[in-house]
Design a protein around this ligand. Sequence first.
Ligand code: ADP
Length: 516
Amino acid sequence: MTKKTKRPLPAGSGAEDPIRDRNLLRTILETIPDKLYFKDAGSRFVRNSRAHAKSFGVDDPADLVGKTDFDFFSEEHAGQAFEDEQRIIRTGEPLIGIEEKETWPDGRVTWVSTTKMPLRDEKGEIVGTFGISRDITAQKEAELALSRERNLLHALLDTIPDHIYFKDAESRFVRNSRAHVKSFGVDDPADLVGKTDFDFFSDEHAGQAFEDEQRIIRTGEPLIGIEEKETWPDGRVTWASSTKMPLKDEKGEVVGTFGISRDITRQKEIELEAKNLTAALKRSNQELEEFASVASHDLQEPLRMISGYLNLIVRRYQDRLDQDGREFIAFAVDGAQRMQVMIDDLLSYSRVTTQGKAFSLIETEAVLGRALLNLKVAVDEAGARVIHEAMPAVMGDERQIERLFQNLIGNGLKYRRPGDVPDIHVSAQKKDSEWVFGIKDNGIGIDPKYFDRIFGIFQRLHTREQYSGTGIGLAICKKTVERHGGRIWVESEEGTGATFYFTLPAGLEPSKRPAP
Ligand code: ADP
């Protein structure tokens, strides 16, 4: 019994009831969320669903009666709807599921999916239209966003100079950027689909790439920024920097891989050239040091003989020499002494790197004091003023740092204008984990175009008549500083004095030093 009452009423039962019909229509018009409307032959509203009235900002659907689309929409949209409806009235043909773009006077755009039918009276004559439309703006916007995204992807793949590729689970190409397609000598991207690295590269490289991709698929772990050596069948080698990622479907399952790689062949070549150059430079430096070492030792012996016999001559034959003779001997002694300085400098130059590293914590205050003591004669002779700031502790080789100060301050004394009193200021400033030392003089200065050159071996800017020197001092300084992991440079404007700067690694703060 109960079952029977729940069954739907047989067709036709109650359909003749006019009150019921009207109720049903009213219920639909009041509650349906779609826009439902009846229009007369002039496309004027006759009845509208409440949702439809609301979409026009009107509360009571009755207020819409007699109005048309032209009262609400832009001319463009209202005109199109009017034409559609007039055609339906003329032909009796409905419009089913068309998508309408609704432009509003304020420029806003909405989208509806609409079905419009002819409205007939009891005699079957067409007296207007009725329609139902559903808002599909959100769906349409999502579609538009998707197609915009697709366009972006296409633009990216077409123009990016990098190689972008999507591969399936068997490492077959699915999509490739145009640049990638071209790198294989292929014109049409479609020709690459289904192919693999094995079709283009040597087995060695293709095999490695395949293994990498299979591991990514198995583990889901990407490979980021790896360098790939690409060997081609003709033996050619190129290099790429690649990132490969797992390609997932909507459910998050890994269905392949995608990657982006950039040709770094030129960069690799430059790296290799630089490596070769550095090695060559190191070799030539070693040769230079060897030369300096051998030459100084080989020169030392004959020079000792020259000096020895000169001494002997002076001592034994002093009385028998006339004025000229004594002068000639004095010139020879002076020459021998200059040669000794040169040999000593060459020896120091070759020793800077051949001596073992004996770095320890050193107090530069004491080291500087010793350097100044060595220079005492020159300082006093010139009446020079040398002042210095508080000096820190650094890590280094004590003897070499002493010579570094001595060379630089010595130059400051030497390269002064005739008649000037040298004024030298030694500064020390902490910068991060190193100390920057400065030795500032008031001498003749250096033309900036020689800033690099003067640190080379045998680079002298003046004749020996003007300033004596071997041209090795600054080369030794540079080697010493670089061996300590520091840098050396000079600042000067010609004629306004020069400041030589060098850096040394900072020692530990007094509080952090181990107790002696
Ligand atoms: P040198 O034995 O000739 O002094 P260095 O290697 O010490 O050799 O210096 C190289 C050249 O740099 C010098 O010949 C000189 O021309 C220039 N120079 C070095 N120090 C100074 C300075 N403090 N002021 C001006 N010129 C300098």
